[in-house]
Structures are given as C-alpha cells and as structure tokens.
Design a protein around this ligand. Structure first.
Ligand SMILES: Nc1nc2c(ncn2[C@@H]2O[C@H](COP(=O)(O)OP(=O)(O)OP(=O)(O)O)[C@@H](O)[C@H]2O)c(=O)[nH]1
Ligand SMILES: [Mg+2]
Length: 194
C-alpha cells in the first residue's frame, strides 16, 4: 500500500533535462486551466498546502514533480486553454508537454481532468486524440462533481461520449469534497503503478 500522505515536492521543470535525477513511475495531472489539477493532487495526498491552487486560471506554470512515498512521482502540469499573453517567464505549454511525452517510459498513467460542468473543448478533444493515437493510458476524470445534480451526472457520460466520438469512454466523477471519490481514485492509481 502506498502512503499518499508521505508526499513531498521535489522540483519544477520545463524540459526533459529538468526532470528529477532519480527515475520513478510517473502519474501526470493534465487538463484545462482551473479544472482542479493541483486541488486533486492535494486531496489525494491529504495535504492542502502541497500544490498551490487558485480560483484564477493559469496558476501552475511548470511541471511540478512530487514524490509519493518515494515510490512514484505525481507530476502537476500547467493548464491549457488560458491565454495569458506574452508575459515574461511564460513557457510554451505545447512544446513543454511534447518534450514531456517523448520517450517517457516512466509515465504509467495520465489523470486527464475535465470540469464536470462543462462540455469538452477543442483542446480537450485534441489531447484525447493524441493520447489515443500514441497509446498513452489515461483516466478521464470529471472534476467538481459536487456541483453536479443527479440528472447532470446521468447525462454526462452520454454527452462526453458524443463529444469524443467514443461510445466506450468511461468517466470517473471526482470531487475534492467527497473523500470516497478520492480514495477510489487513489486505489485506481495504485493499480496502474504496481
Ligand atoms: N467545488 C469544487 N471546487 C473545486 C474542486 N476542485 C478544485 N476546485 C476549485 O477550482 C479552482 C481551481 O483549482 P486548481 O486546483 O488551482 O486548478 P488547476 O487545474 O491546478 O489550475 P491551473 O494550475 O491554473 O491550471 C479552485 O478555486 C479550487 O478550489 C472540487 O472538487 N469541487
Ligand atoms: Mg494548478
């Protein structure tokens, strides 16, 4: 059993040679800005002070590596779909992620987050196609499920299956306010990294 509470920040990186020296299996958190990536990382590790979260999109700017129980890395990515202008220090998301995926044999699974209240965007669909085309395993997570009523939850799968043109697509609803959804995701992650 992994002790998710035993998680520490290791480093921030923008490129391949910025990765931690020690190689461990990796779980990547990816999705639109503000979807709840950093919040989910904090919920899984039961540490609200670990990753910075913000109600303003565009908070996480680099690939942030966290070591979980010294057995795997959680990698928190910046969100996409949020134009911040050409502010200094703003790195190219596409380029950085491309670098991340190239020859990365450590990656075990991607936590692909979408806001449960929103329809998938063109960027979400592009990323989905990229994962399918390159055989990157992912878990599609509908975040902020506490904001969904029963009827919205019931419709979600069908709606997203239509958007992604995939009638086998399975979706895991998760809320940081629902411990059970977090524990069941933690158990799923453990199975992927075993
Ligand atoms: N109601 C609710 N709010 C959530 C949940 N998860 C995250 N949030 C809120 O969503 C906002 C964005 O959360 P972040 O975790 O910073 O999002 P992010 O995807 O890391 O954003 P970037 O780093 O900008 O890409 C914050 O205000 C969180 O409190 C959830 O399960 N339920
Ligand atoms: Mg973040």
């Amino acid at each position: 059993m992994l002790n998710f509470r035993n998680t520490i920040f290791i480093k921030s990186a923008t490129e391949k040679n910025g990765r931690p020296e020690k190689t461990l299996p990796e779980v990547l958190f990816v999705g639109r800005s503000n979807v709840g990536k950093s919040s989910l990382l904090n919920a899984l590790t039961d540490n609200s002070h670990l990753a910075f979260t913000s109600s303003k999109p565009g908070h996480t700017r680099l690939l942030n590596y966290y070591s979980v129980d010294q057995k795997l890395y959680f990698v928190d990515a910046p969100g996409y779909g949020f134009a911040k202008g050409s502010k200094e220090g703003w790195i190219d998301f596409g380029k950085m992620m491309e670098d991340y995926f190239v020859n990365n044999s450590s990656l075990r699974v991607v936590l692909f987050l979408l806001d449960g209240r929103r329809q998938p965007t063109v960027e979400d669909i592009d990323l989905y196609r990229f994962f399918k085309a390159t055989n990157v395993p992912f878990i599609l997570i509908a975040t902020k499920s506490d904001k969904l009523n029963q009827s919205a939850k019931a419709k979600l799968t069908r709606q997203w299956q239509n958007c992604f043109e995939d009638d086998k697509l399975s979706i895991l609803p998760v809320s940081i306010q629902n411990r059970q959804s977090i524990s069941s995701l933690a158990a799923t992650i453990e199975r992927w990294v075993k």
